[in-house]
Design a protein around this ligand. Structure first.
Ligand code: ADP
Ligand code: MG
Length: 321
């Protein structure tokens, strides 16, 4: 699209540091990709698409002041996170990400070097994960920075894995360790792409979601979609070491249950295959059995002292004291 001449500070397309210079710089940074037939520089990208059962599409938008603040987040971290949240959504379906497009609205303070650093962070993660940076759109704004990334992926056979497939008796497995995202984890997490495909290949994966709103909330989403309930075991919830330092009076368990933006996978797996996965994990990322899917609706948690307490979507500070 042509850049509208908005006041007070249009991103003059032609000037050094303007839109065209930035796009040209981005184009030179973006390497080739085996699936990318036409990349940045034409009116649309072309991606080759061998026979595949289903195509996955995910989009997420980040707004400065809402999803990140600067200077707490570096421009590289903002770019990285804008792609990473989408890769986590593709992983949650047990998909493989293939290509990404990025739209940015840059306020004046982001013109020039910060915009390049933002794209560097995004491009580095694209390279690490084998995702083709296929194109985007760049414009200016007098509002906050807005960045929206769309990722297109494919589903290996047996997928996609939905939130709605959990069955009574399934074990509930979680990758990584939970809590403390605001202590920095939300800016440097690793989307669990390979782990998700491994879980699919185990043959016992019934349902999956990535934890973006917190364990309790996202498990509620999965239970609601599946029409089942669950009981978690408090002593088994893996706690992030970041929460050791938290001094806000809340327990580490409360953080693990209610903090958002863990971007770990929450999966339900048949009991026999879950036991095999826990005994002999197919990847190095921690994998923990934290409970069981039940026939009865509702979510509760077995506490270390033997009490069973209800677990509402927003966590349970009051019940555990
Ligand atoms: P058009 O006006 O035809 O939409 P643009 O000038 O918006 O073309 O974009 C030119 C090329 O640069 C396109 O290939 C587009 O996908 C790519 N592009 C624009 N902005 C970005 C960006 N922020 N990141 C990656 N590619 C971009
Ligand atoms: Mg365009």
């Amino acid at each position: 699209m042509p850049t509208p001449q908005t006041s007070p500070a249009p991103l003059s397309p032609e000037r050094p540091g303007g839109e065209f210079a930035l796009i040209d710089w981005i184009r030179r940074q973006a390497g080739p990709h085996p699936r990318l037939e036409v990349g940045i520089g034409d009116d649309a990208a072309s991606v080759s698409w061998p026979d595949t059962d289903s195509t996955l599409i995910a989009v997420d938008m980040l707004v400065e002041g809402v999803h990140f603040t600067c200077p707490e987040a570096t421009p590289e971290q903002v770019g990285r996170k804008s792609l990473a949240v989408n890769l986590s959504d593709i992983a949650a379906m047990a998909g493989r990400p293939i290509a990404a497009v990025v739209s940015v609205a840059l306020p004046p303070s982001w013109h020039g070097e910060p915009a390049q650093r933002l794209h560097s962070g995004l491009a580095a993660l694209a390279r690490e994960t084998g995702v083709a940076l296929a194109g985007g759109d760049t414009t200016s704004t007098d509002g906050p920075l807005v960045i929206s990334v769309t990722v297109i992926g494919e589903s290996p056979s047996g997928g996609p894995v939905l939130r709605s497939g959990a069955q009574p008796g399934d074990r509930i497995l979680v990758t990584g360790r939970l809590g403390g995202s605001l202590d920095g984890h939300h800016l440097d997490f690793t989307p669990r792409i390979a782990e998700a495909v491994s879980l699919l290949e185990s043959g016992g994966l019934h349902a999956m979601i990535d934890i973006s709103d917190g364990l309790a909330t996202d498990l509620h989403h999965l239970l609601q979609a599946s029409g089942v309930g669950a009981r978690l075991s408090a002593t088994d919830v893996p706690l992030n070491h970041l929460t050791e330092r938290t001094r806000d009076g809340r327990t580490r368990l409360a953080h693990a249950i209610a903090d958002g933006e863990d971007f770990e996978l929450l999966a339900t797996v048949t009991p026999d295959i879950a036991a095999r996965l826990i005994a002999d994990p197919p990847f190095e990322t921690p994998l923990t059995d934290i409970g069981q899917i039940t026939q009865d609706s509702g979510l509760d948690m077995l506490m270390p002292d033997g009490r069973v307490v209800p677990l509402p979507p927003l966590g349970f500070e009051h019940e555990v004291g």
